[in-house]
Design a protein around this ligand. Structure first.
Ligand code: 4UV
Length: 564
């Protein structure tokens, strides 16, 4: 069944049709639709979306339809809002595929994703409309203006100019209204339009190397992960009474998309949605909605640790768990948070887009600070050394994951598929590119520790930045002959990108040139991709005989230097 049915239909989960616990509640206005209302909005909007996508028969296209029917991809480029998931479900209802894009992207970055996924329709929101229209109009993107729609957001987030520019654009609410006048959508039929391979989301991740790639996540992959998380959590969380959880992290990112905005509503809880982080509104929201579970990333934990005096002014006694993921949480910070806020349990999750999110997370009854917790049911893991040989407990190596939540693969990228998804011992394994160690706790559970990242990826406040993307852009600068980008540690964001640059002959390695290169990135890339780690000029970029950049060498050198 489609993921939306699985999440919202009380026949499968604990979503309660009554009004007391809407699946999505706006953290600014307190508004939210009941489960029944959301389901009805999904059905009605689906009728209008079927017309927009020009789908004559939703069951045409056969099994594994995701690979062959790219004309049905809908881009979603919006800040967090209550209709984000309902929109995705409405698209899925007519056998379409949604491609969530980071709301921090600029027009060029969005255009790359829309072009690559061959999106034909785009949903955005008023504050992002200008960039959305630019991207829709970019070379190779085929989204006419009439196929750009708006997701409703709270009135407080509009400026007068935004309102003026948004005039004439149809909204998700308009589609729901229009749906009332349209014919019902026929049911999706198993084995015809719908199958185990049917893709629900095309999310973007750079994986272990290269540029961001479309990750094909099936309904089945995602449902599997929701079930794994819930079954695992039952040992330490009480799901009998609905509760409210913080949904501040970007809905476009796999962590929020699956763990916060789908698993929690499936368990009958409300995801209380905030569109952006501001300390006061964050704390007000926790107090007002008596949130029990805060889903965060390590930089937000640091904000909580550094602002105890402000936090103490609010009643945060409802918080039972604070969870982080997407980047390492150090043992020190985990312990510090426990000391500062002893009534909150600090837990950590580890996973990736390519595993429909969660591989492991901390069980509330066996907390080992610094560990990413235990492996979820239904997931097999191996740790292998550089020669691909399995290693035992307490030994570091790359983590391989095999399970039904490991995604179908990358869109149109056989090379990346062959490198990332390997078949060994009769199973299909995902190479995570993360160096991990499995250790046994005193309670006898195997805990996973992420010790390093072997792959190229840079993580800034949990957001992915692909070195290859920044390198490609830097090479377009007239003064740059060659370059390599690596992560350097940063207290606030975890990491920041730093560029090593070889200049073209005749250009001086001066402070001004470095500033010019930093500006070149700042002007053309979204904020989190800026070269906050600076620029260093070198004579040659270290490369392997085949021409591959040896980023690892630069990273190790940088680490050595920072130790001194
Ligand atoms: O593809 P992605 O952007 O995916 C994520 C997923 C995050 C989460 C969040 C909560 C969970 O419970 C969960 O299971 C997963 O960020 O980036 C994947 C890469 O991010 C790093 C690691 O390098 C992954 O391959 N990463 C993710 N979680 C952790 C982490 C962690 N707990 N510790 C260290 N690195």
């Amino acid at each position: 069944i489609p993921i939306g049915d699985f999440i919202l239909n009380p026949a499968y989960g604990r979503a309660d049709p009554n009004k007391s616990n809407p699946p999505y509640v706006c953290g600014l206005t307190g508004k939210g639709y009941s489960v029944t209302e959301v389901a009805s909005r999904v059905e009605l909007a689906a009728r209008a979306i079927k017309k927009i996508l020009k789908v004559d028969d939703i069951n045409k296209g056969g099994q594994g339809a995701g690979f062959s029917e790219w004309e049905k991809v809908v881009g979603v480029y919006s800040i967090n809002c209550v209709d984000y998931l309902p929109l995705c479900y409405a698209v899925h209802r007519v056998n379409g595929i949604t491609s969530p894009a980071n709301a921090a992207y600029n027009a060029d970055e969005l255009a790359y994703q829309l072009r690559d996924s061959k999106a034909r329709v785009l949903f955005t929101c008023a504050p992002l409309l200008e960039a959305a229209l630019q991207a829709a109009n970019a070379d190779g993107v085929k989204i006419p203006k009439e196929n750009v729609f708006l997701l409703p957001i709270p009135d407080a987030l509009y400026t007068a100019e935004m309102r003026r520019k948004a005039e004439g654009f149809r909204t998700f609410d308009d589609l729901v209204e229009e749906g009332k006048k349209l014919k019902e959508v026929e049911p999706l039929s198993w084995g015809k339009g719908f199958s185990r391979e049917k893709v629900a989301f095309v999310s973007y991740s750079s994986g272990t190397s290269g540029l961001p790639k479309g990750v094909l996540i099936s309904h089945f992959n995602m449902i599997t992960n929701v079930v794994q998380v819930i079954e695992y959590s039952k040992s330490f969380r009480d799901f009998s009474t609905p509760t409210r959880v913080l949904a501040l992290l970007p809905q476009s990112h796999i962590y929020a998309l699956v763990v916060i905005n789908q698993t929690e509503p499936y368990a009958g809880n409300s995801a209380v949605i905030l569109p952006k982080f501001e300390l006061e509104s964050f704390l007000t929201c926790i107090q007002k909605f008596k949130l029990s579970f805060l889903f965060l990333v390590p930089p937000l934990m640091i904000v909580m640790a550094k602002n105890k005096a402000i936090l103490d002014k609010f009643d945060l006694s409802s918080v039972k768990y604070i969870m982080t993921g997407a980047a390492p949480l150090t043992e020190e910070l985990s312990l510090e948070m426990t000391k500062l806020y002893p009534w909150m349990k600090v837990v950590q999750g580890y996973g990736m887009t390519e595993s429909s999110t969660v591989v492991c997370f901390t069980s509330g009854i066996d907390i080992w600070h610094g560990s990413s917790g235990c492996i979820l049911p239904g997931i097999k893991c191996r740790v292998v050394n550089a020669q691909g040989k399995d290693v035992g407990e307490n030994e570091p190596g790359e983590l391989l994951v095999s399970a039904d939540n490991v995604v179908i693969g990358y869109l149109n990228n056989q090379k990346a598929n062959d490198e990332t998804f390997i078949v060994e011992h009769g199973r299909r394994w995902l190479r995570t590119g993360d160096e991990t160690i499995i250790k046994k706790s005193s309670a006898g559970n195997q805990h996973l520790f992420v010790v390093d990242r072997l792959k190229e990826l840079i993580k800034i406040s949990g957001f992915q930045v692909a070195p290859a993307e920044l390198e490609g852009h830097l090479l377009n600068h007239p003064k740059v002959a060659d370059c390599a980008v690596i992560p350097v540690p940063n207290e606030k964001t975890g990491e920041l990108p730093k560029a090593f640059v070889v200049l073209n002959p005749g250009f001086a390695a001066t402070h001004e040139t470095a500033s010019e290169i930093i500006k070149w990135v700042a002007d053309h890339k979204s904020k989190h991709k800026r070269l906050g780690g600076g620029v260093e000029f070198i004579d040659a970029i270290p490369k392997s005989p085949s021409g591959k950049i040896l980023r690892r060498l630069l990273r190790d050198k940088e680490r050595e230097r920072r130790k001194k």
